[in-house]
Write a protein that binds this ligand. Sequence first.
Ligand code: GDP
Ligand code: MN
Length: 389
Amino acid sequence: MAQSIGVGGERMDIHEYQAKELFRAVGIPVPAGEVATTPDEAARIAQELGGTVVVKAQVHAGGRGKAGGVKLATHADEAREHASNILGMEIKGLTVGKVLVTAAEEIASEAYVGVLVDRRTQSPVFMVSPEGGIDIEEVAATNPDAILRLHVDPRYGLLRHQAYRLADFLYSDPKLAKQATRIVTLLYRAFTANSCSMAEINPLIVTADGEVKAIDAKVSIDDSGLRGLPALETLRDVGAEPASETKAREADLSFVKLDGDVGCCVNGAGLAMATMDLVKYYGGEPANFLDIGGSSNPDKVVAALEIIASDPNVKAILFNIFGGITRCDDVARGIVEATRTTRIDPPIVIRLTGTNETEAMEILNQAGFSAFTSMDEVVERAVQLAAEA
Ligand code: GDP
Ligand code: MN
């Protein structure tokens, strides 16, 4: 626990893979990847990702590339070998306990994008440079004109013309500038939503196909901002993992156990965080963060429901599904199957909307469940049921 907390305890550094989760949640393009603690696990992830991967040391320090903590691997065996070299390695006095295995990108150019709280004005300041991949301090020393600084008035947020200006400084090609406009806007959103003192993408790359993507992520969170953000608070716990989290990982679910009594089953990390916020808004406490992911099948829903229901604190279970790639009828089938095969005591309230919503409603109604389409309504109902239990 202590190792993840920054100097002085007023800020918390999180790992690259965790920072990328926050970026992903707001929609910043980030290559697919997963974290591993053993060489075999790294090989398995590389196999699943297919193609060339990058094995990256997860420590709270920059300059991992130079220190030998970032290695490309063209196949799973090579990923295993790199992982076994990198795990246990020391980088700037920190021992590597985890590696991120992520899909490799073909890099056409590297830029820098960062936003941090300016101590003097206590307001956010963006720094961007088309010269990325290297330390921004180095660019500041050798080529200060290659950096654009831009202050944000926190009352108004990052204005659209400011986002354009940052993007235009990075890329003269309008196709790239357009993507960068979106990315800086989303980065500012992630920065404020997670009470960050710093959020940095170095490098922000242009791929061989002309896509702008974040391949590195560095985030510090203001400790005083942690209260009220349960999903973030759990990022501290890098060591011990509850059994339910292990089970969730095996079922390919993104799950974090919390202390409340409203079980949450949601698709998409962003929607999961929004759902937890709404639970708190209505006076409840979420029992967990759970993202069933994009292409959910009924089996995943069964596993999710079993994990949530096995928590003795859970007094009500809330489903919030926005069908896109996730099909609502798959989720409905999973709910019906899970309640047939396992005894689930807490009441279940369901909100489904989107792809195959009508079929889903039919499946649920036939099994005796009622489903909502409004998010507010269903969250309020779940909080109420938990309070009454
Ligand atoms: P840092 O050294 O700790 O900042 O780690 P980074 O994640 O920034 O990686 C360091 C360098 O490794 C990058 O600047 C890239 O040049 C290289 N690198 C990282 N990921 C990839 C990738 O997906 N493809 C390629 N070709 N190079 C990568
Ligand atoms: Mn970097």
